[in-house]
Design a protein around this ligand. Structure first.
Ligand code: FMN
Length: 203
C-alpha cells in the first residue's frame, strides 16, 4: 500500500493565521498526514487574530487540535521549534510537500538564504534540496525591494509564491469566503481535492 500523502505545514507570525488553521483542517479532512511546525510569534498572532491561546508545548497543541476536529481521516504530528530529531529535519525522510502559511518576511528571508536556524527553516531547506514542492504564503504590504528580491530568488528555485490575495469574482459574502479562496488555491497547488468553492467555468 502506498504511504499517505504527507505535508509539512508551518505557521509563522504573519497576519493571516485563519488561513493556516483552515488549511490544516482541510488537509486533515482530505486524509493527509500533516507535520505541523509553529513559530513562537505565530502563537502571539493566533491570540491577537483568533482569540486563541495556543498551547506552547508541541504535545499539548497536538492534543488540542486533534480534539478540535474529531473523526477527520488525516493524521497530525506537531513538532517543537528545535526538535531536530523530527523526520522533517532530514532529507532522508521529508514530507511530500511543505507549505508556510502564513509566511513572515523574516521566515521568507531566512528560507531564501538557507539559514536553517530552527525547524521551520530547516524543513524548508530540506524541501528545496530534495526538490519537493514548497509553497510560501507571504503576507506583507507593501512589499519592499528586499522582500521582492527574496521572493524572486525563491521563485527561480521553483518555490511557489502564493500571496493571500483573494479574488472577488466568486462574490464572497463573508470573511470565511475570502479565507477559503486562498486556501483553495494552496490545496490546488498540492493537488489535494476540496469542495471549498466552485471553479470558474465549472458547474
Ligand atoms: C500581530 C502581529 C502581526 C504581524 N504581522 C506580520 C505580517 O503580516 N508580516 C510579517 O512579515 N511580519 C509580521 N509580524 C512580525 C513577525 O511576527 C516578526 O517579524 C517575527 O520575528 C517573525 O518570526 P517568525 O517568522 O519566526 O514567525 C507580525 C507580528 C505581530 C505580533
Amino acid at each position: 500500500m502506498a504511504a499517505p500523502f504527507s505535508v509539512t505545514l508551518a505557521w509563522t507570525g504573519a497576519s493571516g493565521m485563519p488561513y493556516g488553521v483552515r488549511l490544516l483542517e482541510q488537509l486533515l479532512r482530505a486524509d493527509v498526514q500533516v507535520n505541523l511546525l509553529v513559530s513562537s510569534t505565530a502563537q502571539i498572532v493566533a491570540r491577537q487574530e483568533m482569540d486563541w491561546t495556543m498551547p506552547a508545548r508541541a504535545d499539548a497543541l497536538q492534543a488540542e487540535l486533534t480534539e478540535r476536529w474529531p473523526g477527520l481521516p488525516g493524521s497530525l504530528r506537531v513538532f517543537g521549534r528545535e526538535e531536530w530529531f523530527a523526520p522533517v529535519a532530514s532529507g532522508s525522510n521529508p514530507a511530500d510537500a511543505m507549505v508556510v502559511c502564513p509566511c513572515t518576511m523574516g521566515s521568507l528571508a531566512a528560507i531564501a538564504h538557507g539559514m536553517s536556524d530552527n525547524l521551520i527553516e530547516r524543513a524548508a531547506d530540506v524541501t528545496i534540496k530534495e526538490q519537493r514542492k514548497l509553497i510560501l504564503v507571504p503576507r506583507e504590504t507593501p512589499f519592499s525591494v528586499l522582500h521582492l528580491e527574496n521572493m524572486l530568488k525563491l521563485a527561480r528555485m521553483g518555490v511557489v509564491i502564493l500571496p493571500p490575495n483573494p479574488g472577488f469574482y466568486h462574490l464572497p459574502h463573508t470573511v470565511d469566503d475570502l479565507i477559503d479562496f486562498v486556501v483553495a488555491r494552496v490545496l490546488d497547488q498540492l493537488q489535494v481535492p476540496h469542495q471549498l468553492m466552485l471553479r470558474w467555468g465549472g458547474d
